[in-house]
Write a protein that binds this ligand. Structure first.
Ligand code: ADP
Ligand code: MG
Length: 416
C-alpha cells in the first residue's frame, strides 16, 4: 500500500504542482493518476521514490514513512518506467535490462539469464537482446523499459506515461501485455497517463487530477463513469461510452490555429518571438514537429544560444489532419503547452488545437447525431403510420414500430 497524506509540492518558483493530495494506492493493484499535462502527475509519482521531496505531507509505503528511508534503499524496492523508456543508448538491450541486478551485486551470468527471461516475459523476441535501443521501435523500447524496471523484482512499480509516445495500435498491445503481466505478478503499481481511456482500461483505482495539483475524484473506473464527482470529471471522462465513442469520428475540419513554429538550430531568441504562453513548437527542416521549447524569459533563456534537441520537451502525441477527434484530444491533453500538434499527411506541421476546441467539436457532433436520430425515428414512425392507415391496423406491428423507433432514438442519443 502506498499512502499519500496531505502531500503538497511547491517548487522554488512558487508553482504549486501538487496540492494537499490524499489517497491510498492499494497493494497488488494498479492505481492510475490521470489528468491533463501540467496537473502534477509526474511530480506526485516522483515524490513516492523521493526523486522529488514533498514540501509538506507524508508518504507511507506500508508502515514505513518514505522520508525516513534512504533514497537509494527506497528505490531498490521501486521500479520506475518513463515515457521514452530512458534506456542507455550505448548498452545492448540485454545489458540495459541487467543493469540494476548487476548494480545490486548479482553475478553477470545470472543477471543476464534473468534479463533474457524478462525480455521474453514482456513479449520481446530474444533476438533483440543483442541490439542497441536505437535499433528498436518505440513500442519495443518501452517493453525493454518495463523489463528493466522489473529486473530487481521490486514490489512497487512507478510508471510515468510509459505507453504515451507510441501509436494507438502498439499502445493497445502494450496495455494488453501489461495487464497480462500484472495478472501474473500482482505488483503495487502507480501508473500515470493523460489518456482517460487508458486509465479506465488499466486502473483498479483512478485518481483524476486537475491543473493546480488537486484531486478531482478518486474512484474505480465504473464509479468514475457512472458518478463523476463534478463537471470537470464529467467533461474529462466523457458523459458515457456513447459520448466518448463519438471521439472516434473523423475530426473533419478542426479549427486549427495558425501557430508559428521555429526550426531546430535557430536561436532561442527566434523561439521567444513566436512563443505563446511560454511555449514554442520546434520543427525540423521538413517542418516535422520535434518537440516544445519552454521559453521563460528568465535564466534558462539568458544565454540565448541555439535550439538543440536536448532542450526540447518531447511529451505529446501528434494528431493527423484527417484523424479522429480522440487523436486530436489526445494530442492536446498530452502537450506541455496545452496545444495539440496537428500534422499534414506528409508529417509536416499544420497547426495546433486546444482540448476545449476539440471537446466543443465533440459536443457539436453529439448534438447533431442526437438530432439526426430523432429525425430518423420520427420519419420511420410516420412511415409506419402511413402503412398502417392503408391496411387494417395490426396492434402488435404498430406498437412494435413505436418501441423500435423510441429505442433507436435512445441508443443513438449520446447524452442519456
Ligand atoms: P504532469 O506530469 O501532470 O504533466 P508535472 O508534475 O510535470 O505535471 O508538473 C506540474 C506543474 O509543476 C506544472 O505546472 C509544471 O510546469 C510545474 N513544474 C514541474 N517541474 C517543475 C520545476 N522543476 N520547477 C518549477 N515548476 C515545475
Ligand atoms: Mg508528466
Amino acid at each position: 500500500m502506498i499512502r499519500l497524506e496531505s502531500v503538497t509540492k511547491r517548487y522554488p518558483d512558487g508553482t504549486i504542482a501538487v496540492n494537499s493530495l490524499d489517497l491510498t494506492a492499494p497493494s497488488g493493484q494498479i492505481t492510475v493518476f490521470v489528468g491533463p499535462s501540467g496537473c502534477g502527475k509526474t511530480t506526485s509519482l516522483r515524490m513516492i521514490n523521493r526523486m522529488i521531496e514533498p514540501t509538506s505531507g507524508r508518504i507511507w509505503l506500508d508502515d514505513r514513512d518514505a522520508a525516513s528511508v534512504k533514497p537509494a534503499e527506497l528505490r531498490r524496492g521501486i521500479g520506475y518506467v518513463i515515457q521514452h523508456a530512458g534506456l542507455f543508448p550505448h548498452r545492448t538491450v540485454l545489458d540495459n535490462v541487467a543493469t540494476v541486478p548487476l548494480l545490486l551485486g548479482q553475478d553477470k551470468k545470472k543477471a543476464r539469464a534473468r534479463a533474457q527471461e524478462l525480455l521474453e516475459r514482456v513479449g520481446l523476441d530474444p533476438a533483440f537482446a543483442k541490439r542497441y535501443p536505437a535499433q528498436l521501435s518505440g513500442g519495443q523500447q518501452q517493453r525493454v523499459g518495463v523489463a528493466r524496471a522489473l529486473a530487481a523484482d521490486p514490489p512497487v512499480m512507478l510508471m510515468d506515461e510509459p505507453f504515451s509516445a507510441v501509436d494507438p495500435v502498439v499502445r493497445e498491445q502494450l496495455q494488453n501485455e501489461f495487464l497480462r503481466l500484472q495478472g501474473e505478478l500482482g505488483k503495487t503499481i502507480v501508473f500515470v497517463t493523460h489518456d482517460i481511456d487508458e486509465a479506465i482500461k488499466l486502473g483498479d483505482k483512478v485518481a483524476v487530477l486537475r491543473v493546480g495539483g488537486t484531486l478531482a475524484q478518486f474512484a474505480s473506473p465504473a464509479e468514475l463513469l457512472s458518478q463523476p464527482a463534478d463537471a470537470f470529471v464529467a467533461g474529462f471522462v466523457g458523459r458515457d461510452r456513447g459520448y466518448r465513442a463519438l471521439g472516434f469520428a473523423r475530426s473533419g475540419v478542426l479549427p486549427l490555429s495558425d501557430e508559428q513554429a521555429v526550426a531546430l538550430g535557430s536561436s532561442i531568441r527566434a523561439a521567444r518571438d513566436v512563443a505563446v504562453d511560454g511555449w514554442a513548437l520546434v520543427v525540423d527542416g521538413g517542418r516535422r514537429p520535434q518537440g516544445w521549447l519552454a521559453v521563460d524569459g528568465g535564466d534558462r533563456d539568458a544565454a540565448l544560444g541555439d535550439i538543440t534537441p536536448d532542450l526540447l520537451n518531447l511529451g505529446g502525441t501528434l494528431a493527423g489532419v484527417g484523424g479522429t477527434l480522440r487523436e486530436a484530444l489526445d494530442a492536446a491533453l498530452s502537450s506541455p503547452s496545452g496545444r495539440g500538434v496537428v500534422v499534414d499527411d506528409d508529417g509536416s506541421f499544420a497547426g495546433t488545437v486546444t482540448a476545449a476546441e476539440v471537446l466543443a467539436r465533440i459536443e457539436e457532433r453529439s448534438a447533431q447525431t442526437r438530432r439526426e436520430a430523432v429525425e430518423t425515428a420520427g420519419a420511420r414512425y410516420a412511415e409506419l403510420q402511413r402503412a398502417d392507415s392503408g391496411a387494417p391496423v395490426e396492434v402488435g406491428k404498430h406498437a412494435g414500430g413505436g418501441a423500435h423507433a423510441a429505442s433507436a432514438a435512445q441508443s443513438a442519443d449520446p447524452a442519456t
